[in-house]
Design a protein around this ligand. Structure first.
Ligand SMILES: [Zn+2]
Length: 215
């Protein structure tokens, strides 16, 4: 029932705030995963063209989301790399994106739980696993792996690589591995089967600023 209501609500750009009991205007009137993808692509084009972020980080926006709650339209899983600033890349502001970051954008239980929370409770329509060019975690894996707790990350990346693959191929395989992890979630499977959520992959170019979505 809740899912049905939210699907309807988002089509008219309105959402019901459970904590405050009011109906509020959503940050963006998006109702489908495809529409969210279009918003992200447009935001990235704006970022690349102007090297700026016009997302709303105003005092008013901050106070509005603090009072009325968050209604992010996408979940972004990306690398902790300091050259991959998720909100800027998509021209997004406060309350727009639910962002999960780990070195190498790998998915473990905590990250998968975060994805499920974003989709089930915040109603994010699109889940984007976004790797990037020049990823140090992927490079470390190709060079034999890390040590200490870093090894857990490089072992995870190594598990999906093919023999003698290039860095570019490895970055894409690593994204696809994280997508497989997310798609193994029963909660995500249910939402995707209902057409309420879509999980996609992308690669961010740290030099040009361009996000390329994978087929
Ligand atoms: Zn990285």
């Amino acid at each position: 029932m809740k899912k049905v209501f939210m699907a309807f609500a988002m089509t008219v750009g309105m959402v019901f705030c459970v904590s405050c009991g009011k109906t509020e205007t959503a940050s963006l009137p998006v109702s489908t995963p495809e529409e969210v993808k279009t918003v992200l692509i447009a935001g990235n084009e704006e970022y690349v063209a102007n090297s700026s972020n016009k997302g709303d980080i105003s005092k008013e926006r901050r106070e509005d989301t603090a009072t009325n709650g968050q209604f992010p339209y996408a979940t972004i899983i990306t690398c902790s790399d300091s050259r991959v600033p998720a909100e800027h890349i998509f021209n997004a502001g406060i309350g727009d994106l639910f962002v999960i970051r780990t070195a190498g954008n790998v998915i473990g239980d905590y990250e998968l739980g975060s994805v499920e929370y974003g989709a089930e409770h915040l109603n994010t329509k699109l889940v984007v696993v976004m790797g990037h060019t020049g990823c140090g975690a992927v490079q470390a894996t190709l060079e034999g792996g890390g040590h200490g707790n870093v090894q857990a990350i490089t072992d995870e990346i190594a598990s999906c690589l093919t023999p003698d693959c290039s860095a570019t191929e490895a970055e894409i395989l690593n994204v696809k591995n994280s997508i497989d992890k997310i798609n193994s979630s029963e909660a995500i499977q249910e939402l995707t089967e209902e057409g309420l959520v879509e999980v996609v992959g992308a690669i961010y170019d740290i030099s040009t600023g361009t996000v390329t979505f994978l087929d």
